[in-house]
Design a protein around this ligand. Structure first.
Ligand SMILES: Nc1ncnc2c1ncn2[C@@H]1O[C@H](COP(=O)(O)OP(=O)(O)OP(=O)(O)O)[C@@H](O)[C@H]1O
Length: 261
């Protein structure tokens, strides 16, 4: 199976504290993963190693079978689409931009358009904008969109570059149930395409684990508590252990729902 991402015995230490402890995790093409973990369990640190914002203290991370240092990391980063809260750091720049231009800018992995836009780019962006059902606001400025519309715009932007991996870092945080379901539906529809892009979805909310998710990894205090096929991992026992709470999972419409006992 084609390897997309591979962590091998990865540790990360800061100020004498071990934040990640011997992480082994491999993601193959055709798999969609959810990464679950409490606040401070190390999720951002782990994923920050993909764009090489963070370097392991020991162990190895390979992205698309390339090891950092042996290959142009800009090329690797261009193959990964991010929808995360960190993009909101650019929101003052984004706010004044037109939705359509933000989607097009995904092609250049930039905020703002600094390269020439071809008719083909525009057509492609329009098709994605339609797929994500945001055509009705495509000429509106980002800052005027609702949070749900903004998240769909950022997802559309990530798709523009046809990435080989999508990292969705709590993409539904702060959304109401309706907007959340709308976002998840759009993501789900795209996962059904022949050229579906594998994703890693970080969340605290079990309910967001959609049918297209195949695998789950539980991160607990810098260690992988369990990883594997969704149904094997989302068990009352493992989740109770991870949350430190007595919880029960109920499956409904191929989605897990959490009940606190
Ligand atoms: N640069 C740093 N220096 C010191 N400690 C750090 C640094 N970066 C992260 N940490 C610590 O490492 C731990 C893991 O942080 P991380 O942000 O990876 O967790 P997380 O699982 O993403 O949390 P959240 O769900 O709250 O976003 C935390 O205890 C955090 O305080």
């Amino acid at each position: 199976m084609e390897e997309i991402l591979h962590y091998e015995n990865v540790t990360f230490k800061r100020n004498g504290r071990e934040i990640l402890k011997g992480i082994d995790w491999r993601i193959n093409k055709g798999e969609n993963w959810v990464l679950l973990g409490l606040n401070g369990s190390g999720k951002s640190t782990l994923l920050g190693m993909i764009p090489a914002y963070i370097f392991p203290t020991s162990g190895e991370v390979r992205v698309f079978r390339h090891k950092f240092g042996n290959y142009s990391w800009k090329k690797i980063k261009n193959r990964v689409g991010f929808v995360s809260s960190t993009l909101n750091n650019f929101s003052s720049t984004l706010n004044g931009e037109k939705l359509e231009d933000i989607v097009i800018s995904g092609k250049f992995s930039s905020i703002g358009i600094y390269d020439e836009v071809t008719d083909e780019d525009r057509e492609k962006a329009d098709k994605i904008i339609e797929d994500f059902r945001i055509s009705y606001i495509k000429n509106n400025r980002f800052g005027t969109l609702s949070q749900g519309e903004q998240r769909r715009t950022l997802l559309a932007r990530a798709f523009m570059n046809e990435p080989d991996l999508l990292i969705l870092d709590e993409p539904c945080s702060g959304l109401d149930v309706t907007s959340r379901e709308y976002f998840l539906k759009v993501l789900e529809e795209n996962s059904k395409n022949d050229n579906a892009i594998p994703f890693i979805y970080v969340t605290h909310q079990i309910e967001e684990i959609m049918p297209s998710v195949t695998h789950v990894a539980l991160l607990h205090d810098g260690k992988i508590l369990a990883k594997g096929l969704k149904k094997d991992i989302l068990t009352d026992k493992l989740l109770s252990q991870m949350f430190g709470l007595d919880v029960k999972i109920v499956w409904e419409n191929e989605r897990p729902w959490l009940i606190v006992r």
